[in-house]
Design a protein around this ligand. Structure first.
Ligand SMILES: [Zn+2]
Ligand SMILES: [Zn+2]
Length: 165
């Protein structure tokens, strides 16, 4: 068994637009490599600092992501290699284990789809786009119900006609 403790700088952003480990960010890998009959079993924790924005109010936010992964890298020509789909099981190629895609997939799965700056983020005002967490508690707009707005138009139209005649 072999252990890997290393920090890798990711050349590309890991994750989605809303949140992810930015390009150039550190990815900590604490992994064990175990030799099994069909290949090498890699397991352990991968973690890193994330940057993104709140999906409700778009405020920038930072955080950390940590994910436990297990992945079998099959030997070429092993039974697993021959009986499984290329997409399902990783392969050892040229006697090398390429962890990059495994790490990217594991981290991307762990990241929240809708990150929030805080659990109860009120988001943005649908009328003016103000961030409601920063706004006055009574923030609001005096909107006329569209049905009333139409009625108000009609009333004023009639008023105009009457004064013309
Ligand atoms: Zn927010
Ligand atoms: Zn508003």
């Amino acid at each position: 068994m072999k252990e890997i403790h290393r920090t890798v700088v990711t050349p590309d952003r890991i994750g989605a637009e809303m949140i992810g480990i930015p390009a150039g960010g550190d990815v900590e890998e604490d992994l064990r490599l175990e030799s099994v009959s069909e290949g090498v079993l890699v397991s352990g924790t991968v973690s890193g600092d994330t940057q993104g924005q709140c999906s409700r109010c778009l405020e920038p936010l930072t955080g950390t992501v940590s994910v436990y992964l297990t992945e079998l890298f099959a030997y070429p020509d092993s039974e697993t290699d021959q009986t499984s789909d290329e997409d399902d099981v990783e392969r050892i190629e040229n006697e090398k284990i390429d962890l990059e895609q495994t790490v990217i997939d594991a981290v991307a799965t762990e990241l929240p789809l809708s990150p929030l700056c805080r659990e109860d983020c009120p988001g943005l005002c649908p009328e003016c786009g103000t961030r409601l967490a920063d706004a006055e508690p009574e923030h609001g707009h005096d909107l006329i119900d569209p049905r009333w707005a139409k009625l108000a138009d009609r009333v004023s139209d009639q008023g105009t006609q009457e004064s013309e005649s």
